[in-house]
Design a protein around this ligand. Sequence first.
Ligand code: PLP
Length: 393
Amino acid sequence: MPATNPIWGELDSLLERRQAEGLDRHRKCWVPRSPRLIVSDDGCSLLHFGSNDYLCLGWNREQESSAAPEVSGYCNSGRYGAGASPSISGYTPDHAALVSELALLCGAEDAVLFPSGYSANVGVVSALAGETDVIFSDRLNHASLIDGCRLSKARIVVYPHGDLVELEKLIRTYRNQGKRGFVVTDSVFSMDGDLADLRRVVELCEQFDLTAIVDEAHATGIYGPQGGGLVQHLGIGSDRLVKIGTLSKSIGAIGGFVAGPRVLIRWLVNFARPYIYSTSLPIPVVQFARRSIRLLREMERQRVQLRESSFQLRATLREHGHRVGGGDSPIVSIYASGVEAVVGWSLRLRERGFYVPAIRPPTVPVDSCLLRVSLNLSHTEEDLRMLVEACRF
Ligand SMILES: Cc1ncc(COP(=O)(O)O)c(C=O)c1O
């Protein structure tokens, strides 16, 4: 068929330009062999430092064999898809049980499920904030929070990453430009792996009549005595907090959730569009997530161990002259001087038997290209030692 639609030609030349800038993304097939090993498209087995399944619960074989009717009478019904959105008929006893378990995990009155963490972020911010409101947003927030802010049509004030002194100044200047006010932040930043100073964020919210919307995607399972997240870890109890999480990282499944006061959840059930207009999570996914949460609550020793190894890895990389992100989360970022450098480093690591993804714009600003090393419980001390050795570029 002759090509007549000019849009395809236009897109093609834009993609060519992107490729020339080293920013093109294309799909590669990876075969996961274990939490520790992944096989690349050219058949090489690599040590896997590119997964968010920090506690390896996405692999838990014990979970599969214990697909027990005790979890729910629906286990053996043969039903996979929920068949409808939650407000029609897609909210089953399994979904309700998971909601209660998530509320308990986060120490909240209630919770609500979303199809993904992405849609939870978009849905919450756009349901709570509107054109008459103001949002203060960390510069390095996850794309889904940024998209939620844009969709809300609120006035958006971006503050420099983690700079709460500057945030306070901006709040003093712009707070009165919105009726409702929000501070929106990741708790563990998804690419840099550092932590937000949530105590100070909440203090500012209390002082200036704001609500904090906190994305705990990478903190759930990793922080808090029961894995409830960084808010739990820091012992912050404030009704100025809205906690968002995902089932896709430490819980090893898929789906997003929000935990908070009953009235918040009621509001979201009525106004969060990704909740209302998407089909509920598949039932086996919900059951899998429930079993992960049960295991995760008891994994305090492993949480501490993972954070200690992450902290130690940062220290060792620094001793070797690398510029490394702060904190003790399992996301260890190694900064490079630009797109070419970071892509080159990632390729060299691959040749040396390690998979460590290169993170480039638009995911991070051009001055913050980084190698994102994700640790999980399957990595041994020897794996980390070999990784540091391989990072001599
Ligand atoms: C901080 C953060 N929030 C939200 C998301 C989106 O979560 P999900 O993958 O469950 O849609 C991610 C995932 O990349 C993330 O890193």
